[in-house]
Design a protein around this ligand. Structure first.
Ligand code: SAH
Ligand code: SF4
Length: 429
């Protein structure tokens, strides 16, 4: 979502005549887009801000802004704390970046833009911006109404608002016209997408998916993140019905213990979650499932943690993003007791990650000798191979005698590693 917002800012600035530079020291404008979902990204954002402030001290004409969720939460307090800042702008306001910059330049004043009632920003088309990219994101809604007890998102991204389906489809068509072949629809809770137009017109998420799935030359369609409590039968059946829809779902479970899930206010039980996994696998046996989980939520006991490990072993996720719970200011969980000690959280995280590592590795090894279709995104990090993804979202690095970038090609997997697959392209087939 932050990548999408950063692209939106960049397109708007380029349309206004700005040009990208390679080094921050060469820039006249630096905007730092930030995330405050956990303590760690927030600390990272502030340390980057510190480095940019050093640049500003050497170059006083530079306009420096902090954007995104950290900015939203800090508001004008950030300007007091960091007087070098010219702009503090929340995620809901990114569509107004040019107005804010004009105010700074023309009136020489600092701007704090943190209105949460703004409609979700819609990017201005910027010809050629996506050329050379084969995968892209479209945010289809902003905010969240769920108020899970640990989560800052509803406070910093505001109430849930869906974007008009026509503007989403137009964005998708634009991306495809620039060569993008794999689109991910984004939202904090995409499956609660709901748009009500004039004259009683109603669009839910499966309807939107079906419509975007019809765009010619869009080879792959994905969405993230879905909430288990809103995963309808209709949405599950889309995996069988929409050809472009990839067999992959990211379905965060957060905890395997019902008592923790209840205190997290997640709205489902572990039994319900497991039922959903079975229904997904029934409709699409090859579906890859990834998830998010947290350890060390306030009051999480050793037994609760065991229940989380048990769920991980039962589901066998293809990929799992695991985090240590961290207090977020103003949330319900911030006030919950007892807190789990940092050392204990680290131990639980290490145990969990080692179990998941062996599951992921086994799943990737099972693909050795198999042929998979890869959308080739570019050259691999080391430069000697090409890189792309399977429809199940696994990274494949492979050798190929011709340049396959931008194509959908068949690759034979030779090695299943922990974070990627290695293979060779099959030219004759
Ligand atoms: N809307 C998504 C999650 C968005 S936040 C959903 O409901 O699943 C991304 C992930 O960050 C969450 O899935 C959760 O695992 C993690 N996260 C959120 N708040 C956190 C906190 N206070 N401490 C640690 N991890 C957190
Ligand atoms: Fe946060 Fe819960 Fe909303 Fe996800 S669904 S963004 S975890 S409040």
């Amino acid at each position: 979502m932050n990548e999408y917002d950063s692209d939106l800012l960049a397109q708007s600035l380029i349309n206004d005549g700005f040009l990208p530079v390679k080094e921050p020291g060469d820039a006249d404008l630096i905007l730092i887009n930030t995330c405050s979902v956990r303590a760690k990204p927030e600390q990272k954002a502030l340390s980057l801000l510190g480095r940019m402030i050093d640049i500003k001290k050497r170059k006083p004409g530079l306009i420096l802004g902090l954007v995104g969720c950290v900015a939203q939460q800090g508001g004008s307090g950030l300007i007091e704390r960091f007087p070098e800042l010219d702009l503090v702008m929340g995620p809901r306001e990114v569509g107004r970046v040019r107005d804010c910059l004009a105010e700074i330049e023309e009136r020489g004043k600092k701007v704090v833009a943190i209105n949460l009632d703004e409609s979700p920003p819609i990017p201005e088309p910027c010809r050629g911006y996506f050329t050379g990219r084969f995968t892209g994101y479209i945010s289809i809604m902003e905010g969240c109404d769920n108020f899970c007890s640990y989560c800052i998102v509803p406070f910093v991204r505001g109430r849930e608002v869906s974007k008009p389906p026509r503007s989403i489809i137009a964005e998708a068509e634009l991306l495809v016209s620039e060569g993008v072949r794999d689109i991910t629809l984004l939202g904090q809770n995409v499956n609660s997408y709901m748009w009500k137009g004039e004259g009683g017109e109603v669009w839910d998420f499966p309807m939107l998916l079906r419509e975007v799935g019809r765009i010619k030359e869009l080879w792959r369609l994905r969405f993230t993140t879905s909430h288990p409590k809103d995963l309808s039968k209709d949405l599950i059946s889309c995996f069988d019905q929409i050809e472009a829809l990839c067999p992959h779902i990211h379905l965060p479970f957060q905890a395997g213990s019902n008592s923790v899930l209840r205190r997290m206010r997640r709205g489902y039980t572990r039994e319900r979650y497991l039922e959903l996994i079975s229904s997904l696998r029934e409709v699409r046996p090859d579906i890859a499932i990834s998830s998010d989980v947290m350890v060390g939520f306030p009051g999480e006991t050793e037994y609760d943690f065991e229940m989380t490990l048990d769920l991980i072993k039962k589901v066998e996720f293809d990929a799992l993003f695991s985090f240590k719970y961290s207090d977020r200011r103003g949330t319900l969980a911030e006030k919950m007791q007892p807190k789990v000690e940092e050392k204990e959280k680290s131990r639980r995280l290490a145990t969990l990650q080692s179990i998941q590592r062996s599951i992921t590795l086994q799943k990737n090894r099972n693909l050795e000798g198999k042929k998979v279709m890869v959308l080739v995104e570019g050259v691999s990090r080391r430069g000697s191979q090409y890189t792309g993804r399977t429809d199940t979202n696994k990274i494949v690095n492979f050798t190929c005698k011709y340049n396959p970038i931008g194509g959908l090609i068949k690759v034979k997997i030779k090695d299943g590693l922990l974070n990627s697959l290695r293979g060779e392209c099959l030219m004759a087939e």
